[in-house]
Design a protein around this ligand. Structure first.
Ligand SMILES: C[C@H](O)CC(=O)SCCNC(=O)CCNC(=O)[C@H](O)C(C)(C)COP(=O)(O)OP(=O)(O)OC[C@H]1O[C@@H](n2cnc3c(N)ncnc32)[C@H](O)[C@@H]1OP(=O)(O)O
Length: 723
C-alpha cells in the first residue's frame, strides 16, 4: 500500500481489483479514506489488467459509515470537499457508479450510513448472513448524505426505505437479501471469492450490471408514493415533534421520486449541508462521542490494566432492582446466582427474573429456546456455600446500613480474594458500607436505574480506596451488559440523583406560588423530556421521592424548598401511579389525567409553608418554566462537576440523557447550558434567588465561569486530580 493510503488495491490474476478499506476499528469513512478510495478506484479503472472491481473492508467490517469524529471539520467550515457534493455526486455517482467497469461490494460486519451508501453505489452486493446494514444518520440529526435517500428506496421500495431510515433500524444480511438490498448471501470465507466471480460475471453479461440510482422496478405510482410520504410525515410529527431532520429527509426522498434520482441527490447534498450545522446535529454528535468517552478515564483506564474475566456473578436481593440487575446479566450470558433468605422469598425472586425474560418472549424479542438457555444460567441459593468461585457480587438489598455491613463482612469470608464487591446503594455512603471489611479496595458501587434491565446507564461509584483494577473490571462488565457506565465519586446522590434533585424541587416551588403543575409538565415535555416533574414523581412513587428527598433536605437544608405538596398527597394515601392517584389520576391502563382536586392540596401546602401566590409565576411562559426548572439543575450539575464527582462535563451530559431522559438532541445538561451561556444562566438564577431564596443562588463555580464568560464544560483541573 502506498504511504498514507487508507485503501489497499490488489489486482488478481483473474483481472479483478480488490480495494480494501482500512481504518480501524470500524473502517469509518474519514475524508482521507474517501480520497484514497477515489484514487484506488480511478487507478483500477485506468489499468488495463483490471476488468472488474470488488470493494471490501478490512478485518470483518465493511464500514461503520462516515467518520463521526470528522463532522467537526465540516461544522467549522473547513474546505474538506473541493465543492459541495463532490464525494456524493462526483466520486460515488460519477466515478464509481457510472464507471466503465463493474463493481461489487463484499460486505460483512458493519455496513452503516456512508458504508451502506458506498455498497449501494456498487453494481452488486454480496453479504455474509450476519452483516448489519442500515442508515442510522437520523440518530445524529442528519440524513443519509451519500445518496442513501435515493438508492435505498430504489432497492427495497419506498415504504421499507422510509422505515429503515426513519427508525435507524439495522437489518441482517439474510433479511437484506429478502428485501433485495443484497444479491447473494454467503459465508464469510466465501465472501471475496463469490464477489470476484460475480463481478466477472457482470463483465461477461451473465449477471445484470445495474446502477441503483436509475432503477425504477421497485417504485410505486406517484399517487401511492405520496400517500406513503404523508403517513411518514404524520408519524415523524408525532414521534419527533422537536426535530426538523426527519421531515427534511422525507422531502429529499420525495424529490427523487418526483424529479428523478439525480435531482434527489442534489437536494440531499443541499439539505445535508444545512442539517450538519444545526444545534440538533451538533448535540447528537456530541452525545455519540461523549458516550464512547465515558470509559476513558485519566489515571484509571490509561494505566495499562486489562479487565479481568468475570464469569459468575452473585446478586443479593431479588426485589425490583436485584431482579432487573440479574436479568441484565443473564441477557449478556453471565452465570448468575441469586441468594434468598428462605425458600419462599427465593422462589419469588426467581419468578421475577423469569417474568422479565418471559415478557421478552411475548414481545417476540427472545425465542423460547433462548429463554430456556438463559434461564439455565440462573441458580437460586439460600447460603453462601456456592460463592467460592464467584467473580463479582452485586448487592441490592434494602437501604439499611447495618444489613449491608453484615453482608459484606460475610462475603469476605466466603468469596475468593479476587471477587469484586459491588453495591447498588443509591443513598448510603460506600465507605460506611465497607467499613467492617478488610477489602475496601474491592468495594465499588454499581448504581443501576430502574428498571435495571432496560435503563441504559450505570453509575460506577469509586471510593478513595477502590483499586483501579476493580474499576476497570466493572466498567468492562457495564459495557458487556450493554450499559453506558460513568465513573463517579462516592458522594450523596452520585451524579444523576444529585444533579436532578432540584428538578422536582423547582417544580413544587412554582406550584406553591401559583404556577399550574399541569402546565409545567406540558412545557417540560414540549422541551423534550419524556415526562414532566409531577408525572415523574408519580411514576417513581411519592414515598420513594420523599425518602430520597430527605437525604438532601438533611444535608443541604439551605438549598431545599420548604414545600408540603408531596407530603400532603402522601398523607392522603396518594402514592402515584402505583395506586392510581398522585398528582394525576390514572386509569387501569396507566393513562394519566389531571385531577381538579390537586388544587386543594396546593392551597393547603401554600398556607402551611407561608407563601403566597406570585402573579408573575402564575402566568409564566413555557420558556420561563423551562428555565426556572432547569437552571437550578444546571447549577447543581456545576457543583457536581466542580466537586469532582464526575471526571468530565460530558459525563454529566450522558448521565442526564441516559439516567433522566434529558433530550439527547439538546446534547445533555452541560452542553445545553453552554449553548445558552453561563452569563445568562447566572443572571437569571441571581435574580430569582433575590425573590425566592437560596435555592436559586448560583454556586461559586457558576459565578466564576459567568464572570470569565467561560464555558461550564471546560475541564476542572483541581477537581480532576482529586478524583
Ligand atoms: C454521509 C453519511 O450518510 C453520513 C454517515 O455515514 S454518519 C455515520 C453513520 N454511522 C453511524 O452512525 C454508526 C455509528 N456507530 C455506531 O452506532 C456504533 O459505534 C456501532 C453500532 C458501529 C458499534 O457499536 P459498539 O459495538 O457498541 O461499539 P462502539 O464502542 O460504539 O464503537 C466501537 C469503536 O468504533 C468507533 N466508531 C464506530 N462507528 C464510527 C464512525 N462512524 N465513525 C467513527 N468512529 C466510529 C467508536 O467510536 C468506537 O471507538 P473506540 O473503540 O475508539 O471508542
Amino acid at each position: 500500500m502506498a504511504k498514507g493510503r487508507r485503501t489497499n488495491l490488489e489486482v488478481g490474476a483473474d483481472g479483478v481489483a480488490l480495494i480494501t478499506i482500512i481504518n480501524p476499528p470500524v473502517n469509518s469513512l474519514a475524508f482521507d479514506v474517501l480520497y484514497s478510495l477515489r484514487d484506488s478506484y480511478e487507478e483500477a479503472i485506468r489499468r488495463n489488467d483490471v476488468k472488474a472491481i470488488v470493494i471490501a473492508g478490512a478485518n470483518g467490517n465493511f464500514s461503520g459509515g462516515f467518520d463521526v469524529g470528522g463532522f467537526s471539520e465540516i461544522q467549522e467550515g473547513k474546505n474538506v470537499e473541493p465543492k459541495p457534493g463532490y464525494i456524493s455526486v462526483d466520486v460515488l455517482t460519477d466515478i464509481i457508479e457510472a464507471g466503465r467497469k463493474p463493481a461489487v461490494a463484499a460486505i460483512d460486519g458493519l455496513v452503516l450510513g456512508g458504508g451502506l451508501e458506498l455498497a449501494m453505489v456498487c453494481h452488486g452486493r454480496i453479504s455474509t448472513p450476519t452483516a448489519q446494514l442500515g442508515q442510522p444518520e437520523l440518530q445524529l440529526g442528519l440524513i443519509p448524505g451519500f445518496g442513501g435517500t435515493q438508492r435505498l428506496p430504489r432497492l427495497v421500495g419506498i415504504s421499507k426505505a422510509l422505515e429503515m431510515i426513519l427508525t435507524s433500524k439495522l437489518v441482517k444480511g439474510t433479511e437484506a437479501q429478502a428485501l433485495g438490498l443484497v444479491d447473494a448471501v454467503v459465508l464469510a470465507q466465501e465472501l471475496i471469492g463469490t464477489a470476484r466471480q460475480w463481478a466477472l460475471d457482470m463483465v461477461e453479461g451473465r449477471k445484470p450490471w445495474i446502477a441503483s440510482l436509475y432503477r425504477t422496478d421497485n417504485l410505486v405510482p406517484l399517487v401511492e408514493a405520496r400517500k406513503m410520504f404523508k403517513l411518514a410525515r404524520a408519524q415523524a410529527g408525532k414521534t419527533a415533534h422537536n426535530l426538523k431532520h426527519p421531515s427534511a429527509c422525507i422531502d429529499v426522498i420525495e424529490e427523487g421520486i418526483v424529479s428523478g434520482g439525480r435531482a434527489g441527490l442534489l437536494k440531499e447534498v443541499h439539505e445535508f449541508r444545512g442539517l450538519v450545522q444545526t444545534d440538533t446535529c451538533k448535540s447528537l454528535i456530541h452525545i455519540f462521542l461523549a458516550q464512547r468517552g465515558t470509559t476513558q478515564v485519566q489515571g484509571v483506564t490509561d494505566l495499562g490494566l486489562k479487565p479481568r474475566r468475570v464469569r459468575k456473578v452473585a446478586v443479593l436481593g431479588g426485589g425490583l432492582m436485584g431482579s432487573g440487575i440479574a436479568t441484565a446479566l443473564l441477557l449478556s450470558n453471565y452465570s448468575v446466582i441469586i441468594k434468598g433468605t428462605n425458600e419462599k422469598s427465593l422462589e419469588a425472586m426467581i419468578g421475577r427474573v423469569k417474568a422479565k425474560l418471559q415478557s421478552r418472549v411475548k414481545k417476540g424479542a427472545m425465542s423460547k429456546e433462548k429463554f430456556e438457555k438463559t434461564v439455565s444460567l440462573l441458580k437460586g441459593v439460600l447460603d453462601y456455600e456456592s460463592f467460592k468461585d464467584v467473580d463479582m457480587v452485586i448487592e441490592a438489598v434494602p437501604e439499611n446500613i447495618s444489613l449491608k455491613q453484615e453482608i459484606f463482612s460475610d462475603l469476605e469470608k466466603y468469596c475468593p480474594p479476587h471477587c469484586i464487591f459491588a453495591t447498588n446503594t443509591s443513598t448510603l455512603d460506600l465507605d460506611l458500607i465497607g467499613s467492617k471489611t478488610k477489602s475496601q479496595d474491592r468495594i465499588i458501587g454499581a448504581h443501576f436505574f430502574s428498571p435495571a434491565h432496560v435503563m441504559p446507564l450505570v453509575e460506577v461509584v469509586r471510593t478513595n480506596k477502590t483499586s483501579p483494577q476493580v474499576i476497570v473490571d466493572l466498567l468492562d462488565v457495564g459495557k458487556k451488559i450493554r450499559k453506558t457506565p460513568i465513573l463517579v465519586r462516592n458522594s450523596i446522590g452520585f451524579a444523576v440523583n444529585k444533579t436532578f434533585f432540584p428538578y422536582g424541587q423547582a417544580a413544587f416551588m412554582l406550584a406553591d406560588r401559583g404556577a399550574d403543575p399541569y402546565q409545567i409538565d406540558k412545557a417540560i415535555t414540549k422541551f423534550g423530556m419524556p415526562m414532566g416533574p409531577f408525572r415523574m414523581a408519580d411514576m417513581v412513587g411519592l414515598s420513594v421521592s420523599i425518602v430520597t428527598g430527605m437525604k438532601y433536605v438533611e444535608k443541604f437544608p439551605e438549598r431545599t424548598i420548604n414545600t408540603r405538596i408531596i407530603h400532603l398527597l402522601h398523607e392522603d394515601k396518594r402514592e402515584g401511579e402505583i395506586n392510581r392517584k398522585g398528582f394525576y389520576l390514572y386509569d387501569d391502563r396507566g393513562k394519566a389525567r389531571p385531577d381538579p382536586e390537586l388544587r386543594k392540596y396546593i392551597e393547603k401546602s401554600r398556607s402551611i409553608s407561608g407563601v403566597t401566590i406570585d402573579p408573575k409565576l402564575e402566568k409564566l411562559s413555557e420558556k420561563d418554566i423551562v428555565e426556572m426548572v432547569f437552571f437550578p439543575v444546571v447549577n447543581e450539575a456545576c457543583r457536581v462537576f466542580a466537586e469532582g464527582v464526575v471526571v468530565k462535563a460530558a459525563d454529566l451530559d450522558i448521565s442526564s440523557v441516559m439516567g433522566m431522559g434529558f433530550p439527547a438532541f439538546r446534547g445533555g445538561i452541560m452542553f445545553w447550558a453552554d449553548s445558552i451561556g453561563s452569563k445568562y444562566i447566572y443572571s437569571r438564577l441571581e435574580e430569582w434567588s433575590k425573590s425566592y431564596g437560596e435555592f436559586f443562588k448560583p454556586c461559586d463555580f457558576l459565578a466564576e465561569r459567568a464572570a470569565q464568560g467561560a464555558l461550564l464544560s471546560s475541564p476542572v483541573k483541581q477537581a480532576q486530580s482529586r478524583l
